[in-house]
Design a protein around this ligand. Structure first.
Ligand SMILES: C[S@@+](CC[C@H](N)C(=O)[O-])C[C@H]1O[C@@H](n2cnc3c(N)ncnc32)[C@H](O)[C@@H]1O
Length: 242
């Protein structure tokens, strides 16, 4: 893979403020995984752990679980380590690896896995390998939660702006727009703004390509390694079960 270490630098500053809008949906999906976790079989993988929201949720909700978090972006990793700095009682239950997925020394066995907001970073060959590596390490009946982000198929997304937060005298906003690249990929442009009324104090823009695979194809990739996919209701979340 190309160097992804700083791709999230612009995003990290507003990450948790932005996540607040979709966090309830993530937490609802996480409930389905929690029921299927097998903490006695091994640590729970949090692939692309980001700011650590899901790592912390597992540590909160499953007292016997250990988490193996992988987060290659230094700026995002600072956010998860910041959360852990406030909770020294959890330090013996979590490891935060700085490598990308294919460079990190994965545990032999996993008690479950979370891959939220990250699968689209992998090309089709890499994605199939990620699914195989995870499925191979789960116990029979074990599960992994992932999402396939909207839109389901590549298409033009006109710019849309949303307020992330009003904090004190300043407003934090994000603008997203996207273009289809081919039948599988989209190019996303995200701008993050800090405003004092109409005056822009900070504007960071980042672009990245993201894969929006056909779920039928991902389902085949899972079947090839003895796992099956189940969509959680009408959501963008999927549970892979071995
Ligand atoms: C949209 S964020 C999602 C963060 C978190 N999982 C969440 O749901 O809030 C995607 C994360 O995946 C990480 N990532 C991207 N490519 C990766 C790779 N090859 N291996 C591991 N993590 C990766 C990024 O650094 C980023 O923090």
């Amino acid at each position: 893979m190309s160097d992804i270490s700083d791709r999230y630098a612009a995003t990290a500053g507003l990450y948790d403020l932005m996540a607040a809008s979709y966090r309830p949906a993530q937490l609802a999906a996480l409930e389905s995984l929690l029921a299927a976790l097998r903490p006695e079989a091994g640590p729970v993988l949090d692939l692309g752990a980001g700011s650590g929201l899901n790592t912390m949720a597992v540590l909160d909700r499953v007292p016997e679980a250990h988490v193996f978090a992988i987060e290659p972006s230094a700026t995002m990793r600072a956010l998860i380590l910041d959360k852990l700095a406030a909770r020294p009682d959890r330090h013996h239950r979590v490891t935060v690896r700085p490598e990308d997925f294919f460079s990190a020394p994965l545990p032999d066995r996993l008690g479950g896995a979370i891959a939220l907001g990250v699968l689209g970073h992998f090309d089709p060959g890499e994605r199939a390998a990620v699914i195989a590596e995870i499925a191979d390490r789960l116990p029979v009946g074990g599960a992994a939660l992932f999402d396939l982000q909207a839109p389901a198929r590549p298409q033009r997304v006109e710019p849309f702006e949303f307020t992330v937060a009003d904090i004190g005298d300043l407003t934090y906003r994000a603008i997203a727009e996207a273009w289809p690249v081919d039948e599988d990929r989209m190019r996303w442009r995200m701008s993050y703004l800090t405003l004092e009324r109409e005056r822009v104090l900070v504007e960071d823009t980042v672009e990245h390509e993201f894969h929006h695979p056909d779920p039928a194809r991902v389902s085949e990739e899972a079947e090839q390694v003895g796992a099956r996919l189940q969509r959680l209701g009408e959501s963008t979340f999927w549970l892979l079960t071995r």
